[in-house]
Design a protein around this ligand. Structure first.
Ligand code: CU
Length: 461
């Protein structure tokens, strides 16, 4: 029988980095990691049977990758799965060749092969990495992990700076990932693959050790395929949001933390002695998903929990280039036909013959579908209309964008995001300077929607 203390220690240990090394080149620190993908068994809770997953370094979530702003990250990825895959570094304004999108920026990493990702850690914040081939299956089987870039003054990670990595699993009665429903047209045409178990940091209902008093930073990451998560910490208490999708923002208060798939929110808790439990509050009945267990704070704890805020400004809208994106399709939608592989086809045939259900501007999207081509340095406004009956978590690779967000209730506020949760029927403008050259994917992060047509390329040349 495992003791409670040991269990808590294991939980903390699940984020210990097993294979990081540091070297120096050209005055920069190079943080080196090795990630190995392979099938393995995982324990979500002590009293349930082991679950077969595909994991990185046998860890669920995958190991925490940390760098300080200004470092170079070098990650040697080896694929020991029976299927090819790649890794994408979500939210990083990356070099295009390191972005990890198969067919676009790199070849698939085949079974037994190794690919070295090497890129600069330019911005502090909460990011994550995940498989990008057949992501609707590979991410659902566990191929993802957290990535945090800290400022040099922030060294309380793991003590006063704590990750909350949430995932939604569709499990069968044997506590195994439900494989039969992979590729289900029902999921693909509706909200995506919704699960029936919620894990926090790879555990069902874990205890999370926190200092018994004093300030605390919590970094939430939604790694679910499709489920929108709503978290609350305390009854009737407002939360102090300090960063969105990695980027420090002008702090603001919110009643709950809303996270579309792939989104991140960091909050600051003034006094950790107030924290008791974490609740998921999408439904009428709040679901308790974790307990916070106080522990004596380490005496040398540093309290620099907020990275220096860089005051990003919405760029002046001089000579913007507009790109219109009309999103259609899915169940109860208004898409009757669309162009697929150069041919116009009825939606019914697209669904039954090709599992395609969603379109941008009348085109079924894919890795080779170019939405637009823009010039380096252009000011871009994506005018997006979610003309479907479903919410969508829209992600742009390669750069963040400004959006007048409706996500946190009350007043709209301009946020710098890499993923924006659009309500059904919503029209939004994503504003960004096209400063990062390359072919960048723009897609829905409800991973089933992307697989069935909701994705394309914006080329910056
Ligand atoms: Cu979607």
């Amino acid at each position: 029988m495992i003791s409670r203390r040991k269990f808590i220690n294991l939980l903390i240990a699940s984020f210990v980095i097993v294979s990081s090394k540091e070297t120096f080149a050209e005055g920069k620190k190079i943080k080196k990691y090795k990630l190995l993908a392979n099938p393995t068994e995982h324990s979500f809770s002590n009293d349930e049977q082991l679950t077969k997953l595909w994991l990185l370094n046998n860890s669920c979530p995958g190991p925490l990758i940390i760098a300080e702003k200004g470092d170079i990250l070098e990650i040697e990825f080896t694929n020991l799965l029976d299927e090819p895959t790649t890794l994408h570094w979500h939210g990083i304004s990356n070099l295009n060749s390191m972005d990890g999108v198969p067919y676009v920026s790199q070849p698939l990493v085949e079974t037994g092969e190794t690919f070295v990702y090497r890129f600069p850690a330019n911005e502090t914040g909460t990011y994550w990495y995940h498989a990008h081939n057949k992501a609707w299956e590979h991410v659902a089987r566990g191929l993802y992990g957290p990535l945090v870039i800290t400022s040099t003054s922030n060294n309380s990670l793991g003590r006063r700076d704590i990750l909350i990595v949430a995932d939604d699993w569709l499990m069968n009665n044997n506590n195994q990932v439900d494989e039969e429903s992979f590729g289900s047209l029902m999921h693909w045409s509706h909200a995506g693959r919704y699960g029936n178990r919620l894990s926090i940091n790879g555990k069902f209902s874990p205890n999370i050790e926190i200092p018994s008093y004093g300030p605390l930073r919590l970094r939430f990451i939604n790694t679910a395929n499709a489920r929108i998560l709503n978290f609350s910490l305390l009854d009737n208490n407002s939360l102090d949001i300090i960063a969105i999708d990695g980027i420090s923002c002008k702090p603001f208060k919110a009643k709950k933390i809303i996270l579309g798939p792939a989104q991140r929110v960091d909050i600051l808790v003034e006094d950790s002695s107030q924290l008791k439990s974490l609740f998921e509050v999408s439904n009428k009945e709040p679901l308790k998903v974790a307990d916070f267990i106080p522990n004596d704070p380490v005496i040398e704890d540093h309290l620099n929990l907020i990275d220096p805020i860089i005051h990003h400004q919405v760029p002046a809208l001089i000579n913007p280039k507009f790109i219109e994106i009309h999103m259609q399709g899915g169940a109860m939608g208004n898409l009757s036909s669309a162009i697929f592989e150069g041919e116009k086809k009825e939606l019914r045939d697209l669904a039954l013959d090709h599992s395609k259900l969603w379109a941008f501007n009348g085109n079924i999207g894919h890795y080779d579908f170019q939405i637009a081509k823009v010039n380096l340095g252009d000011l871009i406004i994506l005018k997006i209309w979610n003309d479907t009956n479903w919410p969508h978590s829209m992600h742009l690779h390669g750069q963040h964008f400004w959006v007048n967000s409706k996500e946190f209730g009350g007043q709209n506020r301009f946020l710098l995001r890499d993923t924006y949760l659009m309500e059904r029927g919503e029209k939004a403008k994503f504003i960004f300077k096209a400063n990062n050259p390359g072919d960048w994917l723009f897609h829905c992060h409800m991973l089933e929607h992307h697989a069935s047509g909701m994705g394309g390329i914006i080329s910056v040349v």
